[in-house]
Design a protein around this ligand. Structure first.
Ligand code: SF4
Length: 230
């Protein structure tokens, strides 16, 4: 529901839409499945564009949750990871990457999950290979960084959040603040990223089953050598 209640908005607006859903309808899949499209539309509009399509997705999520576990998806966590992941991937806008995020934050799978901002930071730091194909860049950075990351969910959750916050606040998509960056001395891209074309603005865009192609980088540094320090 968190993924589908909003689109292309910041965290504040996403939370506002999510809280409205919680308050006006409830988060129980039965309640969402039974809610009127009008009620869901008024909530989805709080969460950005294509609200009508997201109403359909909210309904589809609720109905799938009911079909899979009677509305309680907690039982998925006791399944083998591969099975739980396949089931989660069936939900609209989740896909393989979103399923990883959910399982990581449910303490069910110690995997280095990333969203768009964290991925950008890792690539600029020299982990992985940039690609026009988002999934390819994601897997590449994930593989390159995994051996230096914590092995427990708690540490990987912290890495996810720190990378995301760094990408949101310092290593911005366009004009990163390299002069204020605490890790500039170990970053091969420091001072070299000039401009990046428009791209998906939220983590949601990075967690869809078929994410948008990674934007072209203009006047950027050439692929940097991988940073040595952690
Ligand atoms: S030095 Fe610049 S490009 Fe490198 S991580 Fe920091 S903000 Fe990003």
């Amino acid at each position: 529901m968190w993924h589908n209640v909003a689109y292309l908005v910041d965290d504040e607006h996403r939370l506002r839409a999510y809280r409205a859903l919680e308050r006006r309808v409830g988060l129980d899949p039965k309640a969402i499945a039974a809610a009127s499209n009008e009620d869901l539309l008024s909530i989805a509009k709080l969460g950005g564009p294509i609200a009508d399509k997201r109403v359909q997705k909210l309904k589809a999520c609720a109905e799938l949750a009911l079909a899979l576990g009677g509305g309680d998806l907690g039982q998925l966590l006791s399944e083998p990871t591969a099975k739980a992941r396949r089931q989660l991937e069936r939900f609209p806008s989740i896909g393989a990457i979103g399923a990883e995020q959910i399982l990581l934050f449910c303490d069910a799978w110690p995997v280095l999950a990333l969203e768009a901002h964290g991925l950008r930071v890792l690539l600029r730091l020299g982990y992985g290979v940039e690609s026009d194909d988002y999934a390819s860049a994601y897997r590449s950075a994930q593989r390159a960084a995994a051996s230096e990351m914590a092995e427990q969910c708690t540490g990987l959750q912290r890495a996810y959040m720190l990378l995301r916050l760094h990408g949101l606040n310092v290593c911005k998509r366009s004009a990163p603040h390299c002069g204020e960056c605490a890790i500039a001395s170990m970053c091969p891209s420091a001072g070299k990223v000039v401009e990046i074309a428009a791209a998906p603005a939220t983590a949601l865009a990075a967690t869809t089953a078929k994410p948008a192609a990674k934007p072209a980088r203009k006047n950027s540094a050439t692929k940097p050598a991988r940073a040595k320090a952690k």
